[in-house]
Design a protein around this ligand. Structure first.
Ligand code: HEM
Length: 214
């Protein structure tokens, strides 16, 4: 996957209708239910889950303007959920995961000493979370302000469209993007109406290369 270099203002990058996104088709990333059997050490209950992760594809595209990066995720869901209206209902969500250590794995969300960094959007919430994880049961939600992360989101035509934006250089313990260099990325999508939350979700599998264009 490539982060395409464009010349546009930061706010324009967060605008899904901006012309700068025209001609950036992005790619359809296949998703599968998270293999929750892996989480048996943190949650025996979660391992019983068998009907999660119905969302099977997410369209992704990425731009940067030399100062900030914008990541657009779009996926189909028949009935959006942006508020918890009942005990067994959850909200839709989406996340991108990045390795903070060369040999960190996405399918375990990192491990002790091999951290990962996630950008996490929950429907109905103004601000995203900037999350650090070193394996299951370790996720630490940081506020968006801590790293300058922002999100714009909307639901139309049966699809959610979410655009994360953040400065290329990461503050503190967070991912940094360098034009001309590569890192890696993985994705997760939660469908609230299907009671998806925490490990009950659709995931894109192991990290895929992410090259930052010049
Ligand atoms: C590969 C892409 C993945 C991404 C982008 C991702 C992202 C996230 C994010 C952002 C959270 C925090 C949610 C919150 O704060 O409420 C989270 C939590 C969690 N994820 Fe993942 N995840 C991925 C893969 C997986 C896989 C493969 C599993 C299980 C097999 C898993 C199991 C969990 C569990 C159990 C939690 C609950 C919190 C915790 O254990 O600390 N994740 N994930």
């Amino acid at each position: 996957m490539k982060v395409v270099k464009v010349s546009a203002a930061n706010n324009t990058l967060s605008d899904p209708g901006a012309a700068v996104w025209n001609g950036i088709p992005g790619e359809a990333v296949p998703l599968a239910p998270a293999p929750v059997a892996l989480t048996r050490d943190v949650s025996a209950f979660l391992t019983l889950s068998a009907d999660h992760g119905r969302v099977r594809s997410v369209q992704v595209a990425a731009l940067h303007n030399g100062e900030a990066i914008a990541l657009r995720l779009s996926w189909a869901v028949a009935e959006p959920s942006d508020a918890i209206r009942d005990l067994d209902q959850f909200v839709d969500g989406a996340a991108a995961l990045f390795p903070l250590a060369r040999d960190a794995n996405a399918m375990t969300m990192g491990a002790a000493g091999k951290p990962t960094n996630a950008w996490y959007w929950k429907a109905g919430k103004q601000d995203p979370y900037d999350v650090i994880a070193e394996g299951f049961g370790t996720t630490d939600r940081r506020t968006a302000e801590a790293t300058g992360l922002s999100v714009s989101a909307g639901y139309a035509g049966g699809r959610w469209q979410v655009i994360f934006r953040r400065p290329l250089s990461g503050a503190g313990n967070s991912i940094t993007f360098v034009p001309g260099k590569s890192t890696a990325i993985a994705f997760a999508v939660w469908e609230g109406r299907n009671r998806d939350r925490s490990g009950r979700k659709s995931v894109s599998g192991e990290f895929m290369p992410l090259h930052v264009g010049t």
